[in-house]
Write a protein that binds this ligand. Sequence first.
Ligand code: 5AD
Ligand code: SF4
Length: 358
Amino acid sequence: MTNEEILSGGALGRKELITLLNSKNENKLRLFKKAAAIKKQHVRDTVFFRGLIEFSNICRKNCFYCGIRSGNTHVNRYDLSDDEILHAASFAHENNFGSVVLQSGENNSTEFIHRIENLLKAIGKLSGQKLRVTLSLGEQEKETYRRWFESGAHRYLLRIESSSPSLYKKLHPDNENHRFEKRCRCLVDLKETGYQTGTGVMIGLPFQTIGDLADDLLFMKDFDVDMVGMGPYIEHGHTPLYRFRNLLMSREERFELTLKMIAVLRILMKDINIASATALQAIDRSGREKALMVGANVIMPNITPGHYRNDYKLYQDKPCTDDQAEDFISCLKARIALSGNSVAYGEWGDSVHYLSRS
Ligand code: 5AD
Ligand code: SF4
């Protein structure tokens, strides 16, 4: 099938997805246009803000791609106080963000589990239950997911990183802490617990093929996720994967491929929430806004207190623009308006997909 035939509404199997992901020039523009039209029709030209609080870079895992992996001794480890976290959440509430994301390295200690429960309750209280909380705290026991759900978290992000078990193996140490099967199990547990469940992958990894990326999209579709966040892989000097940097596409190519992944996903899953990843901004200053034009509808401004932000370096050149400053927010708003979107303030911004499936 030609690109035009595929875009005019045929079934989207692996072969068609690969064709779309390989599209160039006019075909690529046609893909972007189609994704923008579908976005407008199904989730409107509205953007939801999620205030991202990266509250600790302490992690028990050792993923080969990640700058804050436990084995990296060059990291200044930090853990925000509860007050600092609640202060950031208040900022999001006062600025009508509607929702915050609590993210950190993976920790499954009893103390940590209790701490999150208390923070969830406190955030509910300070916002009069108006602020929605998304958690991004990695793999946990189902019981933990349940406790956090009951304490007020309703969304959870757990990227599958790659849906190919063999590629997953190349990206992680071969031990009990890093099993693909466990990660899939966690996604099932999250959904069964009742969370709006989000996943995602990195794009442009060493050893990754276009076929792998098509399979990633089919994984998201088969799993029937409510939200996706995916971004380009960006190498980090103090990680094991760095030695394969000669296998990588250029950063610009990874950026373009990410935009295509977002556009194809919007066509494949019309009513889900798709986040415009911060990693896009590391390659192109207007990267996040560009993603909004081809299908994404969520932006996660970083509202981690400034002096810690520099230490949450998952990858090199991570932008540490101060998304929290008042003038930054009005600037971001203006740039979003330029992309033809408007910010929905004070709305939870639940995934339309989740609302219709539940
Ligand atoms: N480049 C891009 N994204 C990365 N992540 C971790 N390391 C990198 C990197 N080097 C992503 C992973 C993880 C999320 C929190 O950050 O997908 O799930
Ligand atoms: Fe830890 Fe997540 Fe980084 Fe893996 S990707 S080392 S789990 S912070």
